[in-house]
Design a protein around this ligand. Structure first.
Ligand code: NAD
Length: 357
């Protein structure tokens, strides 16, 4: 199979990536490489112990710990964190955690231009992008700027072993969604397509082994490798209908981020497979199904992912409102985003039905 395209534009960010079980122990070297001496360690409250441990290991290189990262990056938390950065005179940031903690580090960097080192503990992939989503007064806005891009990523498989199995599955499907939509992105390029296909393949091969044994370090490593590829691709190309639906459901109906991705993905991919069957053919090949949407649906179910929006708390009566919001200012999409079809898509996702053929 060739990924050649007759014309394309491409860009990639200058990010230093170190990968390997135990690589978090190289953190002091990385702070030194950045020319920094006073790192502020960030985490969510449940991951405070890990953040404290990192700080203890860093000895004099740790300026402090801030453990109040929260989902959707509330601006009020960022303001407090920036004040903390100044009070401890930090010269770099270390984010230990998933997309929420990475989001806090990016939000601080956006305001201070401090360099960031991210140690991801989920598969969300935010560490590989210069996109920041933040919330204020209940409204989520997104900014994209090169100063948001973390400078260093340390992928340490030992740290994802504690991710509970249900979150492992939904986080993996969240990552896979970036790769699946990258296959038909309007601004895709041969490299983004290669990354996307290899990212999907890594999850298809390793996620079942992680579910069987969450402590399997090789399998955890391969899923983290998939997360790096899928996150990198998210930083390179635009997303389409699937992400628009998930942002609508998360932003206006407060549905949980990764779980919503897990439920919607097979339906959005089935919808777009009508327009771009060739571009999505690798999905069916990798996951072994009759069609890309069905293959993802079967894979997600076999991994124990939630299969309906109903079980996530979404109400059938809200389908029409969600369709309004998702179709009013749609993202570019290979298949026209038309009202009756989106109603049907959301109804099937709400009910947990297989995607429409
Ligand atoms: P998260 O960071 O909110 O983590 C969920 C929970 O799991 C938290 O309580 C966290 O402390 C805990 N946790 C994380 N790793 C763990 C581990 N290894 N063991 C035990 N517990 C662990 O969830 P997420 O899905 O990684 O991130 C979601 C957020 O990231 C959303 O706000 C989303 O919008 C954002 N995001 C942004 C981008 C981007 O490019 N800007 C990309 C993807 C996601």
């Amino acid at each position: 199979m060739s990924f050649f395209q007759a014309s394309f534009d491409a860009r990639s960010a200058a990010v230093r990536v170190r990968f390997g079980a135990g690589v978090r122990h190289k953190l002091a070297d990385e702070i030194g490489r950045l020319g920094c001496h006073r790192a502020l360690i960030l985490s969510t409250p449940p991951q405070a112990e890990g953040a404290m441990q990192l700080a203890a290991d860093l000895k004099g290189l740790a300026a402090g710990v801030f453990t109040r990262a929260a989902m959707h990056t509330p601006v009020a938390v960022t303001d407090d964190a920036v004040a903390h950065v100044r009070s401890v005179d930090a010269d770099c940031l270390v984010a230990l955690g998933g997309g929420s903690t990475t989001g806090l580090g990016k939000a601080i960097a956006y305001r201070t231009d401090l360099p960031q080192i991210v140690i991801p503990t989920t598969y969300a992939g935010s560490e590989a992008t210069w996109i920041l989503g933040q919330t204020e007064n209940g409204v989520k806005t997104t900014v994209a700027d090169p100063i948001i891009q973390p400078e260093v990523i340390l992928y340490d498989a030992e740290l994802v072993r504690t991710l509970p199995v249900d979150m492992t599955v939904t986080s993996a499907l969240n990552a896979m969604a970036h790769a699946a939509e990258a296959l038909y992105a309007e601004n895709r390029n041969p490299m983004s397509t290669m990354l996307a296909i290899e990212g999907l393949r890594a999850f298809a091969a390793a996620l079942p082994r992680v579910i069987e044994n969450p402590q399997d370090l090789d399998a955890r490593g391969e899923t983290l490798y998939g997360a790096w590829l899928c996150g990198t691709v998210l930083g390179q190309v635009g997303m389409a209908l699937h992400h628009k639906l998930c942002h609508t459901l998360g932003g206006s109906f407060d549905l949980p981020h990764a779980e919503t991705h897990a439920v919607v993905l097979p339906h959005a991919i089935a919808y777009n497979a009508h327009a771009v069957p060739d571009l999505l053919a690798p999905v069916a090949e990798i996951f072994g199904g009759s069609s890309p949407g069905q293959a993802l649906f079967d894979f997600a179910r076999s991994m124990g992912a939630p299969s309906s929006l109903r079980e996530l708390g979404f109400k059938r009566d809200d389908i029409s409102k969600a369709t309004d919001l998702a179709t009013r200012k749609p993202y570019w999409n290979p298949q026209p985003v038309a009202r009756p079809a989106i109603d049907e898509l959301l109804l099937a996702a709400w009910a947990g039905d297989p995607p429409a053929a």
